[in-house]
Design a protein around this ligand. Structure first.
Ligand SMILES: Nc1ncnc2c1ncn2[C@@H]1O[C@H](COP(=O)(O)OP(=O)(O)OP(=O)(O)O)[C@@H](O)[C@H]1O
Ligand SMILES: [Mg+2]
Length: 375
């Protein structure tokens, strides 16, 4: 570890990599090792001895205005350790190059799944666990480190997915220390990504932890619906699109149709969507804190898993077929692939009490098909 005139810099516990070592691990920063690129620079997968794999972020020349700025960021990142945050392992500062070396997160980012880039969709429980994990990571930035950190660029490409699809919040390239002492906010130039940017922050320049809560609310809506934050064809924000349905409890109108090809906890999807709406209310102070969001998601999961509020949809044509999902008897519905979203819009989730006397099988309520639960 290099010691410098800066006492903080001298104390950080990170590995300093040699440029040669990183070149070797990435086949000289070849295209084959490139995993993606963003505003900060390119990200490479580096393979080191003993099958150690790390992610190397190589900064564009203009990403840092000075060596001090780079060192400040490295120093800041070295203080932050949490299982739901992508861990910094080391750095490289050599021959004018600046690189950050992170743990390698193997399952891509949340954005890949929202836009269907991975050819695989996430189950409802993976979505809830991702929301809980990401919320814990952000809560740690807000309340687990001193001075606190406001991420400022919470968005699906910055939520990486590790083993078991555990969420790991990444990209502290835009981080700025949060308010200190009794300050409630820091003033700053607007940074962030359209669609996730808090309008209150844009108009006041007051950056608070609630700025991240707003962005996280948009992600909750996306986890439920798999829609872009802003629909480019209609210039429609996901908040305006989802609001009415969620307010009247009709989550089936907005839920990702892919969720209806398997057992889905609709009650939990509704809770997650409604929590998303509370995160994006106009007045920042009226939004829940990240720790509160974690509590509500965990509590929601506990309560809805016991309520048996599941729907089961299937591709194909078989009817009246019963299956057991997590110990709950459910009926399979015939849902043809083409009409999936149409069918899903007419499905309803039943409270088990309201169907206590119902015979086994589905029953009609008007045109609706209703899941009948056999406890
Ligand atoms: N530690 C990591 N492990 C594995 N993949 C990573 C890691 N960090 C980033 N990536 C991948 O590299 C890609 C680029 O990431 P990067 O953070 O540079 O840009 P971005 O988040 O997509 O966009 P922006 O620059 O607007 O924030 C992303 O697709 C991400 O999945
Ligand atoms: Mg990123």
């Amino acid at each position: 570890m290099r010691t410098t005139e800066s006492s903080q810099w001298g104390k950080i516990e990170l590995r300093r990599f040699r440029l040669e070592e990183l070149g070797k691990a990435t086949e000289n920063f070849s295209r084959d090792c490139l995993v993606g690129s963003g505003a900060f620079g390119n990200v490479y997968k580096g393979t080191f001895d003993e099958e150690l794999t790390l992610a190397i972020k190589r900064a564009h020349a203009e990403s840092y205005q000075s060596v001090d700025e780079f060192r400040n960021e490295v120093e800041l990142l070295s203080r932050v350790k949490h299982r739901n945050l992508v861990g910094l392992v080391g750095y490289c500062e050599e021959a004018g190059q600046k690189m950050l070396v992170y743990e390698y997160v193997p399952n891509g980012c949340l954005l890949d799944y929202i836009v269907g880039r991975r050819g695989k969709t996430l189950t409802w429980s993976q979505r809830v666990n991702i929301a809980i994990g990401a919320a814990k990571g952000i809560a740690h930035l807000h309340e687990g480190v001193r001075p606190s950190i406001i991420h400022r660029d919470i968005k699906p490409s910055n939520i990486l997915l590790g083993h078991g699809f555990e969420a790991k919040v990444s990209d502290f390239g835009l981080v700025k220390a949060g308010p200190a002492g009794d300050q409630s906010h820091v003033s700053s130039q607007i940074k962030g990504t359209p669609g996730y940017l808090d309008p209150a922050y844009c108009s006041s320049f007051h950056l608070t932890p609630f700025t991240d809560v707003y962005s996280f609310g948009v992600i909750l809506l996306q986890l439920v619906s798999a829609r872009p934050a802003v629909d480019p064809s209609r210039n429609h924000h996901i908040i305006d699109w989802a609001r009415q349905s969620l307010e009247r409890g009709a989550v089936e109108d907005i839920v990702d149709a892919n969720l209806l090809t398997e057992a889905c906890n609709m009650e939990m999807m509704l809770k997650m969507g409604q929590l998303g709406l509370r995160c994006v209310v106009k007045t920042p102070r009226a939004r829940p804190k990240m720790t509160q969001i974690v509590r509500e998601l965990e509590e929601g999961l506990r309560s809805t898993t016991h309520e048996r509020c599941f729907l089961w949809g299937m591709h194909g044509t078989s009817t009246d077929e019963y299956v057991s999902v997590e110990g709950v008897g459910l009926q399979r519905f015939p849902v043809d692939a083409d009409g999936l979203s149409l069918h899903s819009a007419s499905m309803r989730c039943l409270d088990p009490d309201s169907i206590a006397d119902a015979p086994h099988g589905s029953r009609g309520i008007g045109e609706e098909r209703v899941a009948c639960i056999d406890g």
